[in-house]
Design a protein around this ligand. Sequence first.
Ligand SMILES: Cc1cc2nc3c(=O)[nH]c(=O)nc-3n(C[C@H](O)[C@H](O)[C@H](O)COP(=O)(O)O)c2cc1C
Length: 408
Amino acid sequence: MKNIPAKIQSVNDALYYARKRVPRGIMNFYEGGSGAGVTARRNEEAFTEIEFLPRAATFNRTKKISTTVLGHEISMPVMLSSVGALRAGHVDGERAATRAAGTAGTIQIVSGVSTTSIEDIMAEATGPVFQQLYFIKDRDMTVRIIERAKAAGVHALVLIADSAAPNPPFEIPPNRRASPPMGVNFKEVMKFAPQLFTKIPWAFDFLRNGLKEPMAELAVEENGEVMKWFDAASQIFDPTPTWEDLKWIREIWDGPIVMKGIVSVESAKRAVDEGVDAIIVSNHGGNMLDTTISSIEALPSIIEAVGDKIEVYMDGGIRRGTDVIKALALGARAVSLGRAYIFPLMAAGESGIDHILTLFRSQINDALGHLGVESIDELDPSILKLPPHWRKSQWSEGLLSNTAQTTN
Ligand SMILES: Cc1cc2nc3c(=O)[nH]c(=O)nc-3n(C[C@H](O)[C@H](O)[C@H](O)COP(=O)(O)O)c2cc1C
């Protein structure tokens, strides 16, 4: 595994090595998407439809790529998204992400169904940590989760806005179907065993981990018992946070609140009216309602509506530094990575994430060089050519006229 990071030159390479290391039943969960996978694919494809209009014959040796998110300085505009059950794919799971975020000087967003406790994460953290909140089981449990986050020193809560019903399962082709182990018992192990023959390093890690099944470490019962991951995960859709919940959450949480999972202008405006501190334009990586608009296509109209009132970040489909530049040029303050860091984690642990973040950093710097832009603060839509058919989405004529060459 030691020599894997050096072989990773792209997120696709990381996926290749992750598939080699991690059993298929588990990889299916991380790769997925929901339904026909249209939104998950579209998130990536939409970036490829945007073209650059570089400013010729300019040269800047130094570039500024740092920014701030809710007042926290980060060394580049790339954060790590909340992704559940990271320890199922790699024994170091969330902790590897915490350390890698610290090394890169950026923010980690911890999943509401993290397989590492928030206290353990905060003990490793050298930078800001945001915690995504699912309502698990009942309000009492949610209150305990928020109070723990507060006591542990979490810097912001991220409420999920797009998970009001179970996500339709990904329509996996028959030749790639495989189940994850639903627990650690004789029956499950026997069912899972055929997937393990070529995954010895993963199986060894699992043994090293004490053959424990993943637990939802943030979801602790009143008697101190931690919930099993599958039990907690099955309860996150009912109920989910609503605008009305902001009121009682604010009574027990006085830190910043970020709303994640917004793709419509109407919801973005509501977030501003309700006084949330920031929003993440996101469709959950295409893991919720399939055929939802891609995040990058939803972004410009949201920026136009609320970009001067609230910090706006985005995620979904970011696979390379040029994607980051495009999102920033369309108005995002920062982006966050999902699969782009979980595949390297699955392939090579913490060093895999370190490696991909280093790659993103150099790709962002190089793209700025090519574009003739010295600082990410100077990025705007004038460096982009946008696909004409995007006119049919939520775009307004006002923003389009601000954008170069959209009418051919
Ligand atoms: C396997 C998987 C699990 C996820 N789990 C969570 C989660 O627990 N909480 C959450 O807020 N978002 C979750 N997400 C969504 C990510 O935080 C992020 O929005 C998404 O992955 C971004 O899209 P990308 O993977 O194309 O970068 C998950 C995504 C994936 C792929």
